[in-house]
Design a protein around this ligand. Structure first.
Ligand SMILES: C[S@@+](CC[C@H](N)C(=O)[O-])C[C@H]1O[C@@H](n2cnc3c(N)ncnc32)[C@H](O)[C@@H]1O
Length: 299
């Protein structure tokens, strides 16, 4: 049992399992200004993942689509353009700062058909059978109870329609992640996360998320490996800044370095990153799993 102190100064017992989710959300709240700052580059880098979700979610013109863990609005805003004025997109995220960033982006882009709200994956504020598709890009690995979350996705889907989720394949297949972390780990201890703890690579093992979909009752759970190129039209130096700012783990570790260590880590990191620099900016081979399933039709 853990304890929190309430404003009226009573101590309230709360179950320990509730704490990690609050920690996860709090970390994402801190990350929100950086994800908003780099929103456009992030959109470009992960556009092939969005495209795969659109394909596997069978999303088309006029559809109503839910994007869970939308962050500062992707893939929701790309999908809003695709479904057109007859369609609509809802994006939800438990971090209010992410939702505010998504709303600002929608206003800036002039999208009338995209709405954003604060909500968590395990309690979706929508009636049953509302959506033609449900998607989530790099979100499910942070959910406290993924099976419950997928059950919620199935509840809000119309019968016969699909959900599609994107998660990272193994870290060692993704230099976008490991180039910087390997250099920093020479200076800062990085114990592996506890099994099944919220982490970018929680569903990297093929079949693991597909089994979650099957356990939640999705029909025809499928998985495919998406191999693509992350293209970021920025310099090596700007990529260093982008990665250090986007990742809460990297921000924490960088803050632990002395000034001399930071200078040395940055020197080594830039040297490795130059290997991924092209005349069109940074370019990394990348691997993601796209996992999808269908809501049962009543017989
Ligand atoms: C890696 S970001 C992905 C953002 C966006 N989908 C993208 O691909 O650019 C992960 C997001 O998951 C959200 N998240 C964390 N826990 C969540 C939960 N329980 N339910 C829904 N979203 C959650 C975070 O607030 C964060 O915005």
């Amino acid at each position: 049992m853990g304890f929190v102190r309430c404003p009226n100064n009573h101590q309230v017992g709360i179950l320990l399992w509730m704490l990690p989710d609050q920690e996860v959300i709090s970390a994402w709240r801190d990350s929100a200004p950086f994800w908003e700052k780099h929103r456009e580059i992030i959109r470009q880098m992960f556009a092939p993942v969005t495209q795969a979700l659109v394909e596997d979610g069978l999303i088309g013109s006029g559809h109503a689509v839910l994007d869970i863990a939308t962050g500062p609005g992707e893939p929701a805003l790309t999908i809003a353009a695709l479904v057109g004025a007859e369609g609509k997109v809802f994006g939800i995220d438990p971090a209010p700062e992410m939702v505010e960033a998504a709303r600002r982006a929608a206003d800036h882009l002039g999208f009338q058909n995209a709405k954003f709200d604060v909500a968590s994956a395990d309690r979706l504020p929508f009636p049953a059978a509302t959506f033609d598709a449900v998607v989530s890009r790099f979100g499910v690995m942070f959910f406290p109870a993924p099976v419950d979350a997928v059950r919620e996705m199935l509840r809000v889907l119309k019968p016969g329609r699909k959900l599609a989720l994107a998660v990272w394949h193994f870290a060692e297949r993704n230099p976008f992640h490991y180039t910087l972390s390997r250099v920093i780990e020479r200076y800062v201890d990085s114990p592996p996360p506890a099994p099944d703890a919220p982490d970018a690579f929680r569903f990297a093992i093929p079949g693991k998320l597909r089994d979650v979909l099957a356990g939640a009752g999705a029909m025809v759970p499928c998985e495919r490996l998406l191999q693509f190129t992350i293209q970021a039209p920025i310099s090596v130096e700007d990529f260093w800044t982008l990665r250090c700012e986007m990742s809460e783990k990297l921000r924490e570790k960088v803050a632990m370095l002395s000034r001399e260590q930071l200078t040395e880590v940055k020197r080594q990191a830039l040297e490795v990153l130059r290997g991924y620099s092209t005349d069109r900016g940074m370019s990394f081979p990348a691997e993601v799993l796209i996992v999808s399933g269908t809501k049962n039709r009543p017989t």
